[in-house]
Design a protein around this ligand. Sequence first.
Ligand code: NAP
Length: 324
Amino acid sequence: MGKTGLQLSVLSFGSWVTFHKQIDDSISDELMGIAYDNGINFFDNAEVYAAGESEKMMGRALKKKSWDRTSYIVSSKAFFGWRGKQNKPNQTGLSRKHLMEACHEALQRLQIDYLDLFFCHRPDKAVPIEEVVWTMNILIQQGKILYWGTSEWSAAEIMEAHRVAAQLKLIGPAMEQPQYNLLEREKMEKEYVDIFRTVGMGTTIWSPLASGLLTGKYNNGIPEGSRFALEGFDWLVQRWLQEDKLERVRKLTAFAGELGTPVSTLAIAWTIANPNVTTAILGATKKEQLVENLKALEVLPKLTPDVLQQIDEIVGTKPALPEY
Ligand SMILES: NC(=O)c1ccc[n+]([C@@H]2O[C@H](COP(=O)([O-])OP(=O)(O)OC[C@H]3O[C@@H](n4cnc5c(N)ncnc54)[C@H](OP(=O)(O)O)[C@@H]3O)[C@@H](O)[C@H]2O)c1
């Protein structure tokens, strides 16, 4: 993972939207089992997912599995709190109080002794970066977390954390969790490029399928039971279900057909083809989805420079870089 010594599987498994909201203990248990048996060693979570219920569900599954704790990696993320509209001051954000308490609560819910990865789920303009860096280092010293990182921070914010960490002789952020998929490329391919080149950074990618849009399942409307049909996710539908995006996915679906692969598998393979990607976190509500998505590893060798160029021409989303 980036410049660390930690080994993450190139595909991993996450619980946002799905755990508790869409799937119960038996399905989450089955999906985590399929993931682990196929070599996935990283399971992603956050305090805010299903108001803490997602961590509890993952914790129950991990307890039941009795896998050797040294064989897998678990994360949590703090920032949003878990009480939704009931959040009081100090129950959200990146203050030492909230980061410490969020870490303790995540450990309890997940029924584990330490988090391998602990993320600042968003930047917090109200907290000095020194406080965040110090808190993460204290948690590392206490053995409650092993590596700390960021999610959806700007390059400037990440480098500021590194500047402060270097000045204080503390450990800086080791990984970032950005969105990265065929329709969302700016951060990974433009903004963070100098970070990869200089201090180095692992990346645990979220929404490699743009919440399912890149499976082609929304090409002709919203299927019943899908994420975009869920109550309370209108914001996500508004974000993704736009005609120009759908048109790109339709063309991409036809192209994937010519390559003899489902577009979902092609889209995941495309994500992990970027050498700056450490792992792409998969989401799934059904066994068939996960099994299909794991085949991305088989599709990867088909992504020759020529095929990648054809994909760029179809989607037209490659960020322009300065010529100098
Ligand atoms: N750091 C952050 O801010 C952040 C934000 C979001 C997510 N994340 C992390 O990233 C993980 C993955 O994100 P994501 O769930 O948005 O990933 P995604 O891969 O973009 O979307 C996954 C969803 O797409 C549908 N799907 C997946 N494979 C499919 C297939 N083969 N055929 C048809 N439908 C398929 C399923 O939803 P339906 O069956 O319901 O349609 C599935 O739950 C999360 O679990 C979480 O751990 C982090």
